[in-house]
Design a protein around this ligand. Structure first.
Ligand code: SAM
Ligand code: DTB
Ligand code: SF4
Length: 332
């Protein structure tokens, strides 16, 4: 199946409006052209530097601007990070994603992260980091430390962005993603749904990602976790869960060779909704009891769900295989 980089919002919206059986059928065709449909990649998250962030992202527990239950903490030390990474590996995760609540990494913080990346990589895990905006040089430093993936979400449609974040612009996110690509890192980029956006805006978000050349190798689709004290916990109306299924299917069809991750929000989802998301082409999850600050679906619940659905965790070689070889090799 040929990869396309010219998706329009209208095309994606039309996909999302299709009768569900047609949409799921197309998503399964796209998934099966590139992946084993029974195999799910597992990533484990760790918040290495929590809270106190100067940005005003209206969904975030870690913004210093909102009275959330999350207090600022110092950066975790290396041993604590390695302990969490070892545990993630023992449980079957293949990728370990380290986060910091920064607008952009400070000099000393970046150095410490480079050191963590080297150490986690030595355990035989794929590494991912999400540290905010990066310059080209910072992206190169992370690459040299052995980083595999950089996570930087576009979060939402360009015309919805200023309703969610005012302390940076959509274009700033795109620029960081360009720096990440140029440094030869793999890209993890997706967004959040359920923030009060329209279906068209969900389609526009997917179209933005699907016009990137190469496509992001990982596409997290987060359902808003309503954190008490954040503006969106009050303002955002509950989303029809089938919209999540439709958004995942659209991402799968438009970016067939990428890992599409059923991301934040799984704790509150039924097993049946998650099963529909896998049928719609999701082939990756966050695995472990915690996301960054919020609880995640429990690992034993995930194990039971996988057994009931006939799914299995991806082995390390399957997960690190560049599903999208073209993307992984390109530094354009
Ligand atoms: N500070 C860095 C940044 O913003 O890029 C890295 C960490 S940030 C918490 C990573 C991503 O998590 C955000 O871009 C957003 O897409 C997602 N996220 C944060 N809070 C969320 C929430 N309450 N519900 C769903 N997704 C969330
Ligand atoms: C992504 O797309 N989702 C993750 C990860 N990338 C860094 C974060 C989800 C955060 C959920 C809310 C919390 O735990 O605070
Ligand atoms: Fe800060 Fe990232 Fe949270 Fe925005 S999403 S407030 S940048 S930690």
């Amino acid at each position: 199946m040929e990869l396309r980089y010219d998706w329009t919002t209208e095309e994606i919206e039309a996909l999302m409006e299709a009768p569900l059986p047609d949409l799921i059928y197309r998503a399964q065709q796209a998934l099966r052209a590139h992946f084993d449909p029974t195999c799910v990649q597992l990533s484990t998250l760790l918040s290495v530097k929590t809270g106190g962030c100067p940005e005003d992202c209206k969904y975030c527990a870690q913004s210093a601007r909102y009275a959330t239950p999350i207090a600022p903490e110092r950066m975790l030390d290396k041993e604590a990070v390695l302990q969490a990474a070892r545990r993630a590996k023992e449980r079957g995760a293949t990728r370990f994603c380290m986060s910091a609540a920064w607008r952009e990494p400070p000099r000393e913080g970046l150095k410490r992260f480079c050191d963590l990346i080297r150490a986690v990589k030595d355990l035989g895990l794929e590494t991912c980091a999400t540290l905010g905006m990066l310059t080209e040089k910072q992206a190169q430093a992370l690459k040299e430390a052995g980083l595999d993936y950089y996570n930087h979400n576009i979060d939402c449609a360009p015309d919805f962005y200023e309703k969610i974040i005012t302390t940076r612009r959509f274009e700033d996110r795109i620029r960081t993603l360009q720096h990440v690509r140029k440094a030869g890192l793999r890209v993890c980029s997706g967004g959040i749904i359920g923030m009060g956006e329209t279906r068209r805006q969900r389609a526009a978000m997917i179209a933005e990602l699907a016009r990137m050349r190469p496509h992001p190798e990982s596409v997290p689709v987060n359902l808003l976790v309503k954190i008490p004290g954040t503006p969106l916990a009050e303002e955002a109306p509950d989303l029809d869960p089938f919209e999540l299924v439709r958004t995942i299917a659209a991402a799968r069809i438009a970016m067939p060779a990428s890992f599409v991750r059923l991301s934040a929000g799984r704790e509150g989802m039924s097993d049946e909704l998650q099963a529909l998301c896998f049928l719609a082409g999701a082939n990756s999850i966050f695995y472990g009891e915690k996301l960054l600050t919020a609880p995640n679906a429990a690992p034993d619940r995930d194990a039971r769900l996988f057994a009931r659905l006939g799914l299995r965790p991806a082995a390390a070689e399957e997960a690190s295989r560049a599903a999208n070889e073209e993307a992984a090799c390109s530094t354009a």
